[in-house]
Design a protein around this ligand. Structure first.
Ligand code: CTP
Ligand code: MG
Length: 237
């Protein structure tokens, strides 16, 4: 099997507040994206990484990666991203060489995913699963509501049984042909999905969950960056 990682990193990071694009902000003195790329390169299974950069800063991201001393034994391609995450992943897939048959899609915004989680996802695809997502049980109970205007009380529709719910992370692993078909068909239907596996589910292809890791959390809001700094400091201690 030839495994590639596609890292969507073209988002602005609006929820993190004003500043540079999220993937380029510092974490322990190193850009978040560099942590994410290293996390994927550390996995033996991964032979190639495609970074999907903000469209107006492909050259900047290229030189950023070149200046951080990443291992030269594995190729790193940098391509321009799109307006949505889904579009960025599609553009990343289009940059894969022909021999790649397995793809791990990993958010740049999950810089601290442990290598064991990456390897476990790749191993599950290698063992025959067409689509694999790492996920964790939820701590909070979840309510479905009828969304109203911001700040107004929202009627509760129901409460799904918490024990049956999982919060999904990345990297999500796929047979390349399955993920490519999902992106072609679902994009043609004009429907969005909030993760790659969700698109594959709509094709009717089975998706399985494997254990995720609490350190694979997504840096989304300012508090997540505080947590990420603390996790990194604990690792370095
Ligand atoms: N992403 C991307 N292209 C986009 C939007 C998002 O490649 N047009 C990437 C982000 O860079 C991130 C990942 O998708 O690594 C997960 O998205 P999210 O956490 O929502 O990041 P942002 O979209 O940057 O953040 P926000 O939604 O707060 O603006
Ligand atoms: Mg976003």
């Amino acid at each position: 099997h030839v495994v590639a990682a596609v890292i969507p990193a073209a988002g602005r990071g609006v929820r993190l507040g004003p500043g540079a694009p999220k993937a380029l902000r510092g974490l322990g003195g190193v850009p978040i994206l560099v942590h994410a790329v290293r996390a994927m390169l550390r996995a033996r299974a991964v032979g190639l990484v495609v970074v999907v950069a903000p469209a107006d800063d492909v050259a900047g991201v290229r030189s950023l990666l070149d200046s951080h001393g990443l291992p030269e034994s594995k190729e790193i391609r940098v391509v321009a991203g799109g307006e949505t995450r889904q579009e960025s992943v599609r553009l990343g897939l289009a940059a894969l060489p022909a021999e790649v048959d397995t793809v791990l899609v990993h958010d740049a915004a999950r810089p601290l995913v442990p290598v064991d989680t990456v390897e476990a996802v790749a191993a599950a695809v290698r063992a025959g699963a067409p689509a694999v997502v790492p996920a964790l049980p939820l701590a909070d109970t979840v309510k479905e509501v009828t969304p109203g205007p911001p700040g107004s009380p929202e009627p509760v529709v129901g409460t799904p049984e918490r024990a049956r719910l999982r919060a999904v992370q990345t990297p999500q692993g796929f047979r390349r042909d399955v993920l490519t078909e999902a992106h072609e068909k679902i994009a043609a239907e004009g429907e969005g999905a909030t993760d790659d596996a969700g698109m594959v589910e709509r094709l009717g292809v089975p998706v399985v969950v494997v254990p995720g890791h609490e350190e694979a959390f997504k840096v989304t809001r300012p508090l997540d960056l505080v947590l990420a700094e603390a996790v990194l400091a604990r690792r370095r201690a």
